[in-house]
Design a binder for this molecule. Structure first.
Ligand SMILES: [Zn+2]
Length: 325
């Protein structure tokens, strides 16, 4: 009985704590990283003359959007030309443009950062028994819409829906989107939920800011790992995202550990932690630099594997549908 009680307590506690890292973003710069991976994919090269078409899918695109969400055409005007690679490198970021905020999707969304957190994350705990969030399903949703658009010979929306599908599968390859805080930190700060929230946020934002900066400045070793051609053996993008989350969650502890060493104990400040963004651009003389970079790069490899695998799934489906050869 005592044991049962403590399990219940732990579930409540973890649920409370999961509220914490309610960041709705994951990797910074989805589009730019997707570009680096997809630019070497040969079959995409044939699709460099795609006409930009207007969105006309409201009859089949039935999952709700933030009522304030507007469809933007960032590469040009309707009727102009674009390429598959350009569409992917712009719209892999689109789900982060407030597409999923201000919605009531689930009574559990409170514990994962609202409707956007619900759609962009997938928390796994208790050996996979408890899973909160919808990122893998959301990825599949847009993948299926992509196939429907291709079926109508609308390559523009085919690739654009696919770019959105990629976003959600990529999100869960970021470890803190699959598990936000190490159990040891939770237990240590058990009586300070607000403090825990802050610690979770400190680590989450710092991790993403550092990674995003390395991509923004085109750091060679970071770009290099995105060039992997590896793929995973899966039969759906939903499965790909679920496996990503299981793989990435294992490194939650490692990230907290290395960030404490790299940035110092200040990152566990319950009042918050911030660092001048320009400081991320300068490689510091820090004995943990290499270890920190290697952990991040190992997850960027998973990011690249996600893009490669999803593109392979799409290519095979399109071939089977006879959409192109
Ligand atoms: Zn996201």
């Amino acid at each position: 009985m005592k044991q049962k009680k403590s399990v219940v307590f732990l579930v409540i506690l973890i649920s409370t704590v999961l509220i914490i890292s309610s960041s709705t973003f994951a990797w910074s710069t989805h589009g730019k990283m997707t570009y680096f991976v997809a630019s070497d994919v040969a079959w995409l090269e044939k699709y460099n003359n795609i006409t930009i078409t207007e969105y006309h899918y409201s009859d089949i695109d039935t999952e709700p959007y933030n009522p304030d969400f507007k469809i933007l055409y960032k590469e040009g005007y309707i009727g102009e030309q674009t390429s598959a690679l350009e569409i992917l490198s712009i719209y892999a970021d689109e789900p982060d443009w407030d597409m999923d905020t201000n919605l009531k999707l689930s009574s559990f969304q409170k514990i994962i950062g609202g409707s956007s957190g619900w759609r962009h994350q997938y928390y796994i705990t208790f050996f996979g028994i408890i899973r909160i969030g919808n990122a893998p399903k959301r990825s599949q949703y847009f993948y299926d819409l992509a196939l429907k658009a291709f079926d109508k010979d609308d390559y523009y929306w085919g690739f654009r829906f696919f770019a959105r599908a990629l976003h959600y599968a990529e999100d869960v390859s970021q470890p803190l989107h699959a598990f936000p805080l190490p159990i040891s930190i939770i237990l240590k700060n058990i009586f300070s939920i607000n403090g825990l929230v802050k610690i979770g946020e400190n680590h989450h934002y710092t991790f993403e800011d550092y990674q995003g900066t390395q991509i923004e400045i085109n750091r060679e070793d970071y770009i290099d790992v995105l060039k992997t051609t590896e793929t995973m053996d899966v039969n759906s993008i939903n499965r790909l995202a679920v496996l990503n989350a299981f793989k990435s969650k294992k490194d939650c502890n490692k990230i907290f550990d290395i960030q404490q060493k790299f940035y110092g104990e200040g990152i566990n400040n319950k009042e918050g932690f911030s660092i001048n963004k320009d400081d991320y651009k300068v490689l510091k003389d820090n004995e943990y630099q290499e270890e920190y970079d290697n952990i991040i790069k190992s997850h960027l490899i998973n990011f690249a594997i996600t893009v490669n695998t999803a593109l392979e799934l799409l290519h095979n489906d399109l071939l089977n549908m006879g959409v192109f050869n």
